[in-house]
Design a protein around this ligand. Structure first.
Ligand code: UDP
Ligand code: MG
Length: 333
């Protein structure tokens, strides 16, 4: 390793944690071991997303023995995406790494991420080669979802790339400028561009506890992804509306001709009833799609902060860099 007189490059590691008391210490140990000996100044920033267990206490205890460990505690649970956002807002390093506290993202891969960054990559993404004990249902629905999303949106999102990333400071600054409420960071990473590199890894089983994302959560996550990254469903409802109105008009003409020319009044009731219910179905569906987008506009227009900070214990930040055009974390309660 070369000995440099220049100050070491800095790397901040952002770790969202929600009820992960049993994982924090193991995470810390494996991560510091994986990075030991590398010529960088590291900090580990845990973002406690409103945990109700001892997660924050575990992080604070680590911080007392290792000054590189910091904690940001949210006032309540704001979700994984908000926790990652807070970490990106606070980080103040040449590169930022994000990974899960449950050790499903092996920290031993980080030297490879850093090497790719040193070779010029601006955004390094971990891509899952072997999924852990993920159920067949979760794997299948996720694969189908990404295929669908990529078909209808202009940003291409790599399937199997969760939030296991290394971002150059440039990318972090770019992402800080996107303050949308309805956050889907995987889409945002793809949208911002930059030189991207993918690194494969084998996902491990969760160290302790269970996943916080059930099928319903995944469904809402998917809906958020679609409505924030594609307007195709809106357009689709217009097309379906047009087609169905055309058909309905044709049927109206047919009904009038039947009545006036052939005096057939009672016959056709079945088709009429069928048509009415079909049309109401299409209308409700269209209204639902509109409602989803309108709801999103409403959320955005409130311009609420993406998270609220209750407590922050941060390792020393290099003061001059803090003025780098970033918004301070919102801590107004
Ligand atoms: N997480 C969080 N807030 C939440 C849910 C999860 O910060 O509301 C964290 C969690 O502690 C973990 C990461 O996000 O570090 C991924 O969550 P999880 O393991 O539950 O999701 P999965 O890996 O099953 O998709
Ligand atoms: Mg997990």
């Amino acid at each position: 390793m070369t000995v440099e007189s220049a100050p070491k490059k800095t790397i901040d590691i952002v770790v969202p944690a929600f009820n992960e008391e049993a994982c924090i210490r193991a995470f810390y140990e494996r991560t510091t071991r994986a990075l030991a000996g590398l010529p960088y100044a590291f900090r580990i920033l845990f973002v406690d997303d409103g945990s109700t267990d001892q997660t924050a206490e575990e992080c604070l205890a680590l911080g007392r023995t290792d000054p590189r460990v910091g904690l940001l505690r949210f006032s309540r649970n704001f979700g994984h995406q908000a926790a990652l956002t807070a970490g990106l807002d606070l980080a103040d390093a040449d590169a930022v790494i994000t990974l899960d506290a449950d050790l499903q993202h092996p920290p031993e891969k980080l030297p490879e991420f850093i090497a790719a960054w040193e070779q010029g990559a601006e955004l390094v993404s971990g891509v899952r080669r072997r999924a852990s004990s993920m159920s067949l249902w979760k794997r299948l629905s996720s694969a189908l979802f990404y295929r669908f999303l990529n078909a209808i949106s202009s940003s291409k999102i790599t399937p199997d790339a969760p939030d296991f990333r290394l971002l150059d400071a440039k990318v972090v600054r770019a992402i800080r400028r996107l303050r949308e409420q309805s956050r889907f960071l995987r889409g945002i990473y793809s949208w911002v561009g930059f030189r991207q590199v993918e690194i494969f890894y084998d996902e491990e089983n969760r160290k302790a506890g269970g996943s916080h994302y059930g099928t319903l959560d995944m469904l809402f996550f998917a809906l958020r992804a679609v409505t924030s990254f594609s307007r195709a469903p809106l357009r689709l409802s217009t097309y379906v509306g047009l087609c169905v109105s055309g058909l309905a008009f044709g049927f109206g003409v047919y009904a009038v001709v039947q009545n006036v020319v052939f005096h057939q009044v009672i016959r056709g009731w079945t088709s009429l009833a069928g048509l009415v219910s079909f049309l109401s179905g299409v209308q409700l569906l269209t209204l639902g799609v509109l409602g989803e987008y309108l709801g999103q506009v409403l959320e955005e227009s409130k311009q609420r902060p993406l998270y609220l900070v209750a407590e922050s214990h941060l390792p020393e930040l290099s003061a001059p860099k803090r003025a780098s055009g970033r918004e301070p974390p919102s801590s107004d309660a």
